[in-house]
Design a protein around this ligand. Structure first.
Ligand SMILES: [Cu+2]
Length: 186
């Protein structure tokens, strides 16, 4: 599920590198090599999910099943929670993207994370069952949510987006610090 955000490459070639700032606008988002083959083709959490020209919120799970609601704020590059623990059960995470870029929300039942050379989470190296689920990337300024069934243990909540900017600079949100821990008690 490695994601790559290609920032304003088209603008850079048309207008020169000065046009290629760090802010929003003109972003072209790709996932792997699957060029935009249609919207909302990939709502699952599999590695082969299709790309979307613009991310939209796809809520995960049913919040009516939740016994706990936790609010998470996503920014560059932090995940901030209003509570750091919950009893075992279904936890409804209400996500508020207050940053300038799209972010996602990945739930991993571990606190020691295998990473790739670019600093992103290497999901292929997680033990079976450790990757609980995720809310796919959604835009800056918007809210989204996900409800996950969590058994007792220590979790990491993170964003695993990797941006490739003009000039080849790679920015992994996880490496930039976009994670927090969450404890589920019995
Ligand atoms: Cu992010």
């Amino acid at each position: 599920m490695r994601r790559i955000l290609v920032l304003c490459l088209a603008a850079a070639s048309a207008l020169g590198l000065a046009a290629c700032g760090d802010d929003d606008g003109g972003e072209v988002r790709t996932e792997g090599t699957a060029a935009a083959s249609g919207p909302s083709a990939g709502s699952g959490s599999g590695s082969g999910s299709a790309s979307q020209a613009a991310p939209t919120c796809e809520s995960i799970g049913d919040p009516r099943d939740a016994t706990t609601t936790a609010n998470a704020t996503l920014t560059e590059f932090e995940v901030t929670l209003d509570k750091n623990s919950a009893p075992a059960g279904n936890v409804h995470f209400v996500l508020d993207n207050k940053g300038a870029d799209p972010h996602e929300f990945v739930v991993v039942k571990d606190t020691v994370l295998p990473t790739k050379a670019d600093g992103s989470l290497d999901e292929d190296k997680l033990a079976p069952g450790v990757l609980i689920g995720e809310v796919e990337p959604f835009p800056a300024g918007e809210k989204c949510d996900g409800t996950f069934s969590l058994s007792a243990g220590e979790y990491t909540l993170l964003c695993n987006i990797v941006e490739e900017e003009a000039g080849g600079k790679v920015e992994a949100h996880l490496r930039e610090g976009m994670k927090t821990t969450f404890t589920v008690t019995r």
